[in-house]
Design a protein around this ligand. Structure first.
Ligand code: AMP
Ligand code: ZN
Length: 129
């Protein structure tokens, strides 16, 4: 990340103006937002892989799991509780759902703003990988 495309906002939040998810969070790119709070935003995946496919993202631009710092521990926990609540809201809590974080090239991470996929509403394929 070069210095002129990354800058600090108040309260320790950082954004990357070239990042599609930062643009969605800031309202500068269209999306269907299904949840937002002080720390995280959730919106529908543009290419859904299941009847329910939601991305839960931190407001802060964190590139991947590899970029996590100790200070992010509670944020990660928050992303999972948001996913749990959305699963319930979308009616897949009891039928089951899959939570996925892709990290890096072999995992086919395409957007380098940390995101948790919530997938549900169908029988998932197995084995994974
Ligand atoms: P990943 O491979 O884990 O990086 O997944 C990135 C996900 O972001 C993919 O499932 C894409 O379909 C999704 N995606 C990319 N651009 C957008 C967008 N503008 N709005 C919603 N979802 C998006
Ligand atoms: Zn971002």
């Amino acid at each position: 990340m070069v210095w002129w495309v990354k800058f600090q906002l108040p309260k320790g939040n950082s954004v990357d103006p070239t990042c599609i998810f930062c643009k969605i969070i800031d309202g500068n790119s269209p999306s269907t937002i299904v949840h937002q709070d002080e720390h995280a935003v959730a919106f529908l995946d543009i290419h859904p892989a299941a009847p329910v496919h939601i991305l839960i993202v931190p407001r802060q631009h964190i590139e991947s799991i590899n970029a996590l710092e100790t200070e992010h521990k509670s944020l990660i926990g928050h992303m999972f509780t948001v996913a749990r609540d959305l699963a319930k809201e979308k009616g897949v809590s009891e039928s089951g759902y899959r939570l996925i974080i892709n990290n890096g090239s072999d995992a086919r991470q395409a957007v380098f703003h940390l995101h948790l996929h919530l997938l549900g509403g169908q029988q998932m394929r197995y084995p994974m990988g």
